[in-house]
Design a protein around this ligand. Sequence first.
Ligand SMILES: [Zn+2]
Length: 327
Amino acid sequence: MQRRLSAVLCALLFATPASAWDADGHRAVTSLAIEGISPQGPTWLKDKSVARRVADQSTVPDRWRGVKISQLQHANNPDHYFDVEDLAAYDLDLRRIASLRLEFVKQLLEIRVAKGWKLPPKPINPARDPDKTQEWPGFLPFAIVEQYGKVQSAFKVIRVLEAMKDPARAHQLEQAKADATVHLGILAHYVGDAAQPLHTTKHHHGWVGDNPKGYTTDRGFHSYIDGGILRHHRIDAETVRSACQFNRLVDGADPWNDVLAHLERSHAQVEPFYELKRTGDLEKETGKKAVEARLADGATMLAALVEAAWKAAEPGNKDIADFKRYD
Ligand SMILES: [Zn+2]
């Protein structure tokens, strides 16, 4: 029994190297965001059972990590993070990266060629890179906006069907809402990941490289922020609620810059989090407030994206005609 328990613990510790908030943190971000949706947004999400299902769905992209299909690991794992510091070697910063996933890969490769590099600018340890993903900074902002597009599409189908008011299409409307809850849950996951500062930095599992201030190098710091510190302070949706402002606006047609700003706010907290750990304040009231502020920012951003997607999905006559034509 004990051996089996330690095997399970090992699997939990090592199988999910960068899971971001534990399931409870992701659920809190998602349920708070749904609470924050205004009367102009998709208020049907506020139904208690719908909200609970979306919150549960927000944990799914981490479950994909447990399926050892290399194509899935290769595509999914780097969608959960973006190591902002990696851009410096390419003389880039977050605001100058290509906004399309493959264009971004091409951009980095072209810079490597121009600089005459045979290898990526950071050392790769093949033994610790089974997913063949380490040479890239990650793809989190792309994952967010791509998923935002799927949510907008799902919302559009709902709004078209609602406008048609055809009882014979009731099953389609029901399925469209189910589809929206699935895609929204996945969006919620990545927006939540981006709110966790350690998902925006090369210092994701303890400080690496020069360390004049003596920050922790403990690889466990990541999972401590994901869940340990939430349990220490008993942080949940109840305690985070008052920190949510729900005052953010997102460009519904092109949320790329808003998503970059979301990553920048989180990245700005990387060093403060290490400093809080170093001084011991992470376990005190200051630390509690800092972690709650990150979760609240995730919820506020998610609510803004949901509203923007809903508004952008308002159908015109052509949308309704096109739906009928291609249906
Ligand atoms: Zn994640």
